[in-house]
Design a protein around this ligand. Sequence first.
Ligand code: RIB
Length: 298
Amino acid sequence: MPKILNFGSLNIDNVFKVDHFVQPGETMAAESLELLPGGKGLNQSVALSRAGAEIYHAGKVGHDGRWLVDLLEKANVHTELIDQTGSMTGVAMIQVNSSGQNCIIIHHGANAEITNDYIDSVLSHFHKGDMLLLQNEINAISRIISKTFELGMQIAWNPSPLDRTVFDCPFEKITYFILNEIEGFDLTGEKEPDKIAAALLKRCPNAKVVLTLGKGGVWYQDRDRVCTHGIYKVPVVDTTGAGDTFTGFFLAKILENCPVEEALRIASVASSIEVSRKGASISIPTLEEVVNSDLKMQ
Ligand code: RIB
């Protein structure tokens, strides 16, 4: 089976449980504060591993981030390519309100210290047919995409959080775009899923577009077809990491050559279970839990 390299962020999530998101000028006490392992990169590696993929994580932590690497190791992720620098590990300040919604501020820290030499040394372990997964919480995304493309690897990109750097990236080298409808709108100026997908496919005709739509489920489109999947009924405790769980399970299934419809179903069940629990990476289910789940669709 092809290997998957996730070149991604590792963050220390400072999770504040609050009644409501803090307002301008307001100071308020949180109900609780927990320091949890996170970062879109780390969460997606955990999800891939729990879904059964052989996953290699590359990225950087600072002097205070060794525990994140240990955690990935315990989750059966290959961690030997992760580098430790002398600076601070990436940090996320996350408010989770009483409806389980979140708002997040990140500080990149060591995630923004990816160098050309490091990229070359990581990629020397991979070959044609392997897959690269990227988010947008590390620097040098454009270069990583171009260098990986030269190797003949497939590239899955979750351009989140979306900022202006994304517009300079070589879109035509991407195999899978995995993004939400807000990111889709920011990238294409379109609001409807079919129009967002069509705009991306016009630019990259061979790509596959996976659009997560929150309560609207998920929309998949490639040059030949469209598939959709709805959401499941669960109590929403914390939505942090739902998209990461979806991405990890979807790609793990695609790498096993699972039909797209089944990959969408498994990924949707996994992310529904994830939002019914507290935290990001700590609430990602195992494949066994997903397969044995009796969740009903909404
Ligand atoms: O997608 C959720 C993640 O976004 C959190 O774990 C946080 O670290 C931010 O990067």
